[in-house]
Design a protein around this ligand. Structure first.
Ligand code: SAM
Length: 329
């Protein structure tokens, strides 16, 4: 059973506790500055999380969303039968991916988060202090810089929402550094056309090195999406009152859009379970009376419309429950 809801709730309370001492006006101004900076998508010449208040703002308004996205991604990776014992999170900031991994993988015994910003790591340590899983509560947060990561190895390496802050050369180095250290690598980016473009480059590098894709693609051919389209998914998350106030938002939830790719190194056998060869649902399914219509990426390397009607029996029942981002029943 997924421990993600328990971890999401614990993260929300830890964030509420740490935000309660902060100056509300300062936090709101820092949030505005971060929103504007992340919109610009240019490599950062200096750390974006440049002060403690910016780190606090990031944790309050972005971390729940990156956590929700990574939980969806890692759920899909877990469905391939992986049970990592160690996690290395590169550019892990306040630890969103570590929280997601701890929620998804009960197998985790050790977690290391590396980042250039000491204030982010310090907040990460405070947040995990009462975390529901021992591996997360005992996580190591350590200062390190892209291009000079310590020589650590892990079953799973995550690179979550980091590439957009780097130029292409640094992105390529980060991906090969992740591949050198991990038996499985997961990269997630914002679900925008440029985030997808970065993910496609990572996918090409993983395939060129002979790695096995774990998702989201059900094939290793070129991406079949038409020009102008981009492969992305969404994770719904509840917004806390603090989150709503910081963003000046009224809705009690938001949909975090993300693009991702995950792959296993040649030595790691990707278990061929159900899901490994099924299509991937690329949009919200249209659930009509007697049939469900999907846009899906298919194992034969094509993408398009799939209809599952009532006549399909059990498959139709599973289609009624299927969501955007799931494997096609
Ligand atoms: C948008 S945040 C993402 C944080 C976290 N991975 C998440 O998903 O919430 C990008 C992170 O990458 C880190 N980062 C960017 N460039 C870096 C570099 N050159 N070396 C180490 N960390 C870097 C930043 O400090 C920041 O914590």
């Amino acid at each position: 059973m997924s421990r993600t809801p328990e971890h999401a709730a614990a993260l929300r309370s830890a964030l509420a506790r740490t935000a309660s001492g902060a100056d509300a006006g300062e936090l709101a101004r820092a949030t505005e500055a971060l929103v504007a900076r992340y919109r610009s998508v240019a490599p950062a010449s200096a750390p974006i999380l440049a002060s403690r208040v910016r780190v606090a703002a990031y944790a309050s308004y972005r971390m729940p969303a990156t956590h929700a996205a990574l939980a969806r991604v890692l759920d899909a990776v877990a469905a391939r039968g992986l049970a990592p014992r160690s996690l290395l999170d590169l550019g892990g900031g306040t630890g969103a991916a570590a929280w997601a991994a701890a929620g998804v993988f009960a197998s985790l015994e050790s977690i290391t988060v590396l980042d250039q910003v000491e204030d982010a790591l310090a907040l990460g340590r405070v947040l995990v202090a009462d975390a529901p899983s021992p591996a997360l509560a005992g996580a190591t947060f350590r200062r390190a810089f892209a291009g000079a990561w310590p020589d650590l190895e892990a079953d799973l390496v995550t690179v979550s929402y980091v590439l957009s802050e780097l130029d292409e050369r640094q992105q390529d180095t980060l991906v090969s550094d992740a591949m050198r250290r991990g038996r499985t690598v997961v990269v997630a980016e914002p679900g925008t056309p440029d985030g997808y473009a970065r993910v496609l480059r990572v996918r090409a590098a993983l395939l060129a090195a002979g790695w096995t894709l774990l998702g989201p693609c059900p094939h290793e051919a070129d991406c079949p999406l038409a020009p102008g389209d981009w492969c992305h998914f969404a994770a719904r998350l509840e917004r806390s009152a603090e989150h709503r106030r910081l963003k000046g938002a009224e809705l009690s939830y938001e949909d975090e859009k993300f693009s991702w790719v995950a792959a296993a190194s040649p030595g790691v056998v990707a278990p061929r379970q159900e899901g490994a060869t099924s299509g991937r649902i690329l949009r919200h399914p249209l659930k009509r009376k007697g049939f469900v219509e999907f846009q899906a990426c298919r194992p034969d390397g094509t993408a398009g419309r799939e209809v599952i009607s009532k006549k399909a029996g059990e498959r139709y029942r599973r289609a009624r429950d299927a969501e955007w981002g799931d494997t096609l029943p």
